[in-house]
Write a protein that binds this ligand. Structure first.
Ligand SMILES: O=C(CO)[C@H](O)[C@H](O)COP(=O)(O)O
Length: 211
């Protein structure tokens, strides 16, 4: 089980400072969608250059023209690029094909997918690297989480690694760990804490114990 730090509400200097604080405790750094919108793929490039030992995920949430976008994110230094599970199969296939050419990985974000069980099986057959259940900020605001969805994909996904994102905190991490996802993605649960290093360290400790 690995830990991914999601950076969503920061600029590039703030992102660098944050990663510096928690670097020993995380496996992957996510350059979140809002950061890419604000700063462009330059954010991916700068973080990868500053922290070459960490894997960097570009959360592009690709919905179309995946080959081109995966190529651009790869050129910027991303190791993993996200594509939406709600997109067409040919989009996801295009993403996987380009990622293979570039030696990169694809994480499919299942945010807003209604027929999760069936869609996860279809996407698993397309050869993606990760399938991630995700409760976005808007549904988190009305008290939703993805814990049940994680159990669903754990049951049906056979090839891809499984991941979970959306509002995970230290208090809810044990429940997540029990379901044994391959990847736990945490944003505010670390970045919103006074002592970010302590939060990340504690999370890594729980994850290692549960692995
Ligand atoms: O992709 C995202 C929002 O669309 C976030 O990066 C993801 O939800 C993790 O952040 P948090 O733990 O704060 O919910």
């Amino acid at each position: 089980m690995e830990l991914q730090l999601a950076l969503d509400l920061v600029n590039i200097p703030q992102a660098k400072q944050l990663v510096k604080e928690v670097e020993p405790y995380v496996d992957i750094v996510e350059i979140g969608t809002p950061v890419v919108i604000n700063e462009g793929l330059r954010a991916v490039k700068e973080i990868k250059e500053a922290f070459p030992n960490l894997r960097v995920l570009a959360d592009l949430k690709i919905m179309d023209a995946a080959g081109y976008e995966v190529m651009k994110a790869s050129e910027a230094g991303a190791d993993i690029i996200t594509v939406l599970g709600a997109s067409e199969d040919m989009t996801i296939k295009g993403a996987v094909e380009e990622a293979r050419k570039q030696g990169k990985q694809i994480l499919v974000d299942m945010i807003s997918v209604k027929n999760l069980e069936q869609r996860a099986q279809e996407i698993d057959a397309l050869g993606v690297d990760y399938i991630c259940v995700h409760t976005g900020y808007d549904l988190q605001a009305v008290g939703k989480n993805s814990f049940e969805d994680l159990l669903t994909i754990k049951r049906v996904v056979k090839q891809a690694k499984t991941a979970i994102a959306g509002g995970i905190k230290l208090s809810t991490l044990p429940e997540v760990i029990k379901a044994s996802p391959d990847l736990v993605i945490v944003g505010g649960g670390i970045t919103g804490q006074e002592d970010k290093q302590a939060a990340a360290a504690e999370m890594q400790k729980l994850i290692k114990q549960g692995s």
